[in-house]
Design a protein around this ligand. Structure first.
Ligand SMILES: Nc1ncnc2c1ncn2[C@@H]1O[C@H](COP(=O)(O)OP(=O)(O)OP(=O)(O)O)[C@@H](O)[C@H]1O
Length: 273
């Protein structure tokens, strides 16, 4: 189980008065309006919200792939995207569906961000990639396989190893368990939980899967009405009155997840804290 960090842990991601506006011939689309969010070291912060509320865009802004129209995003005190390749050492990202290079082997995929930096000799890069391969529960004999020979769960693990190759203290997860069957999903959550503990990671996650959400989150932030309407422990969030929250958590699917939560002894899940 994941313990929430102390409330005075240092801030890793700080988002202040953020606006995201997309312009098109049909007019402007305001995705985020005056959005504030701070994420502290050791948190597993899950972003939930309806389709199109800007969860993925927010992850991309934290990663530095996109920039806000107004306001500020800082990661460890600096704006992402200003440091170029050095940003990769601060933020690792697990993209939805893994996004592996099909022409590369498993090990080449894992090593890719490190190789791009051109700072280390090939044998050291290979050794670092092999360490990460084992860290995500894969075996050295998987190293030379092609992504097309892997199961969905293994693809996620390779993508996670690649996200960890730079030893970044911040990990972004976009739908980490999407497309996995329940057993593979549980086992991937177990892996994320143990890596979070062993590596002292801060995690920002987008997920639509309520089991994953309740299993891993130390805090949930709900995006609606172009901002974070509430953030807190799962129970606090569920108690907040808003149509999206009633629908999302208290609809059929949500009720089942909540029942599972109630069956767990108090204090045993992140949701209870
Ligand atoms: N580069 C872009 N140019 C124009 N519009 C964009 C761009 N990127 C995202 N959008 C729009 O911004 C909105 C938010 O997109 P985003 O992918 O972040 O939503 P989301 O909350 O992750 O949704 P989902 O849960 O469906 O994945 C959507 O309406 C999307 O069409």
């Amino acid at each position: 189980m994941i313990d929430a960090p102390a409330s005075d842990a240092p801030v890793v991601v700080d988002i202040r008065k953020l606006w995201t506006v997309f312009h098109s011939p049909e007019g402007d689309q305001v995705v985020h309006r005056d959005l504030d969010l701070s994420i502290r070291r050791g948190e597993v912060l899950s972003l939930v919200g309806g389709s199109g509320t800007g969860k993925t865009v927010l992850l991309r802004q934290i990663l530095g792939l996109e920039h806000p129209s107004r306001g500020e995003v800082t990661v460890l005190g600096q704006r992402p995207g200003q440091l170029g390749a050095r940003d990769a050492a601060k933020v690792g990202m697990l993209f939805q569906h893994g996004a592996l290079f099909s022409a590369f082997s498993v090990l080449e995929n894992i090593a890719f961000p490190l190789r791009e930096l051109r700072l280390l000799p090939d044998d050291l890069i290979r050794d670092a990639a092999l360490v990460k391969l084992q860290m995500v529960g894969l075996k050295p004999e998987h190293a030379n396989r092609s992504p097309s020979d892997l199961s969905g769960g293994m693809i996620k693990r390779v993508a996670l190893a690649r996200a960890l190759i730079m030893d970044a203290p911040l990990l972004l997860l976009d739908e980490p368990t999407a497309g996995l069957d329940p057993a593979a999903s549980d086992s991937f959550c177990d892996l994320l939980r143990s890596l979070h503990r062993e590596l002292g990671l801060t995690v920002v996650m987008v997920t639509h899967d309520l089991d994953t959400l309740f299993d891993l989150s130390t805090r949930i932030a709900v995006l609606a009405d172009q901002r974070v309407i509430v953030s807190g422990r799962p129970r606090e969030v569920i108690a907040y009155e808003h149509p999206f929250i009633q629908d999302y958590f208290l609809g059929g699917r949500g009720k089942r997840a909540m029942e599972a939560l109630h069956e767990t002894p108090a204090g045993d899940t992140p949701a209870e804290r």
